[in-house]
Design a protein around this ligand. Structure first.
Ligand code: FAD
Length: 348
């Protein structure tokens, strides 16, 4: 397909394109189905003058107003096994491939390493942006490389692991190179002899239940781990098809061990994960719950009743309302604990 004026639609509602279901309007909207489409568009001098927004599955964005520019919805498809050796397979996926479908595809092939990341919404192309993670695994653990197009020159560049500066929900693409590249494909180095990781959360417990209920194998494989993760997620997180949300709204803050010791005098039950370098990570959901926000509703928006880290749109809520709610929560948590919590969601 060749992107011409014809393919650019005007005044498009973004409601079906974001999991918060915010009804913002894009002045212009175009679907990008190939690298060629993208390069063609970037070459167009008209494009250079416009504000643009790259959109995958819209599961990590909050629209607070209409977008007065061009939205590029990335649909680049395709999954290819690039090469294999005895231990690994290098699998490349187009940026528009649905992340969960990619995980399931790799599991069917018997390739492990991303099964703990089952059921995370969104696209493959957005996954490196915040180094998606869940249940003790992050994509940086199996990431090999990605291809991205420079938004100014249209040139394709390959980024390897060391180039991406992955951290907790961070990468170079959220910081130094923010808004400079469009990721078009990602390659993962997956394990042909998977080493399963069941230590985190309720995975072990859920696997045991699965064994007693439907006779799952005594030694679980990647398929069973994936099923367990799906089951846990479905029981804990609201389905965006049913109630608008973008998963965790805030990142878990990291504080010094000294600050934690001080807080522990007052809040004995405060849960933490120890990190290297005398640091601890505090679950933001716990802080929000302690600040009294769990399950609260303000008009059409609110805080989920099972998971305080998730802000929700009960229907017809505005992005500005969710942003204002997030600000109030952030303020209250700071007043109570002296800890600053930062949004994980990209506020637009
Ligand atoms: C119910 C629910 C549960 C979730 N659970 C988790 C979880 O467990 N762990 C986790 O890490 N995340 C989680 N998320 C957040 C979200 O799923 C991930 O951040 C996901 O990677 C976002 O993908 P997306 O395609 O929807 O990105 P979008 O929301 O479309 O975009 C997110 C950001 O990436 C940019 N972007 C998108 N595609 C590209 C591209 N091809 N090139 C360059 N920039 C791009 C956008 O401009 C935007 O800034 C959850 C979300 C929901 C709704």
């Amino acid at each position: 397909m060749f992107v011409t004026r014809m393919n650019i639609q005007e005044n498009v509602s973004l409601e079906p394109y974001n999991t918060f279901h915010i009804d913002a309007t894009a002045k212009e909207f175009v679907e990008i189905n190939s690298l060629r489409d993208l390069q063609q568009l970037l070459k167009n001098p008209e494009y250079m003058a416009k504000p643009t927004l790259i959109l995958g599955g819209g599961s990590n964005v909050l629209f607070t107003k209409d977008f007065e520019g061009l939205v590029l919805k990335i649909n680049i498809a395709g999954i290819t096994i690039l090469r294999e050796d005895e231990a690994h397979a290098w699998v490349k996926a187009g940026a528009g491939v649905n992340w969960h479908q990619f995980v399931l595809h790799c599991i069917r092939l018997g390739y492990g390493g991303i099964e703990n990341l089952s059921l995370i919404p969104g696209t493959v192309g957005a996954a490196p942006l915040q180094n998606i993670g869940a249940y003790g695994v992050e994509i940086k653990d199996t990431f090999d490389s990605l291809e991205a197009v420079d938004r100014r020159s249209g040139e394709v560049k390959t980024f390897y692991h060391q180039d991406c500066q992955f951290g907790y929900r961070e990468s170079i693409f959220k910081n130094e190179l923010k808004d400079q590249y469009v990721i078009t494909s990602v390659t993962f180095r997956l394990h042909k002899k998977p080493i399963i990781n069941t230590t985190y959360g309720a995975i072990e417990e859920t696997l045991a239940q699965m064994r007693s209920h439907n006779g799952s194998p005594a030694v679980p494989g990647i398929q069973e781990v994936s099923q367990a993760v799906i089951q846990i997620r479905q029981s804990k997180l609201p389905d965006p098809q049913v109630i608008g949300n973008a998963g965790s709204f805030f990142k878990n803050p990291v504080i010094s061990a000294e600050k934690y010791e001080q807080l522990r005098q007052t809040y004995e039950a405060m849960p933490v994960y120890q990190l290297p370098g005398h640091l601890v990570k505090v679950p933001a959901g716990w802080l929000i719950e302690q600040a009294g926000w769990k399950g609260k509703r303000i008009g059409k928006v609110g805080v989920h009743d099972k998971q305080a880290l998730v802000l929700v749109n009960h229907g017809g809520g505005k992005g500005e309302e969710i942003k204002a709610l997030a600000y109030q929560i952030k303020e209250d948590v700071y007043q109570k604990f002296g800890i600053e919590i930062m949004p994980e969601v990209n506020i637009i």
